[in-house]
Design a protein around this ligand. Structure first.
Ligand SMILES: [Zn+2]
Length: 174
């Protein structure tokens, strides 16, 4: 009995300190051929994605994963389209970091980009560099195509997970 209780307490402590988040986003390719494709804040010479902001589907999925693990809401709540017109998704990401500052530390981010085109592997090292800089954690990115299945060729989707650790600063609590 006693041993069981101890294990239960240990489990409670773990759930208190670590949380995972999951984020998903998808954007359609723009009709405006002049719009640039921006993924992980890397400008890619290919027609861009539709969206109020720069439509960085990668950063949006990551922000949703982080918010899911920490505050429990999505970026649409804090950055509705009318408030994000023309802004860089880096700004959105920096605001998300500000919201969790001093409360959570991000341990790692793992992302999948689902895109039929363009070929993304040459851009991934730069994306990882940019994302590490914004979120200050370990980052991994994989690009997958859709094997020509369905209509995913009309846009780009992204799925992100993150692990966060709650910062224990009881004395700073109000
Ligand atoms: Zn988005």
């Amino acid at each position: 009995m006693k041993k069981g209780n101890k294990n239960k307490n240990e489990a409670d402590n773990l759930t208190l300190n670590f949380k995972v988040g999951l984020g998903f986003d998808i954007h359609r390719f723009s009709q405006d051929k002049r719009r640039k494709l921006i993924l992980g804040q890397v400008k890619i010479n290919h027609v861009g994605l539709e969206g109020a902001s720069d439509a960085d589907v990668l950063l949006h999925a990551i922000c949703d994963a982080i918010l899911g693990a920490t505050i429990g809401k999505d970026i649409g709540t804090f950055f509705p389209p009318e408030k994000s017109k023309g802004i860089s998704s880096k700004k959105i990401a920096q605001k998300v970091m500000k919201m969790i500052e001093g409360k959570f530390k991000i341990i790692n981010i793992d992302v999948v980009i689902i895109a039929e085109k363009p070929k993304l592997s040459p851009f991934i090292p730069k994306m990882i560099k940019n994302i590490k800089k914004i979120f200050r954690c370990d980052v991994n990115i994989k690009a997958k195509n859709t094997e020509g299945v369905g209509n995913l060729g009309d846009g780009i989707a992204s799925i992100a997970t993150c692990l966060v650790e709650k910062i224990n600063n009881n004395k700073n609590k109000k």
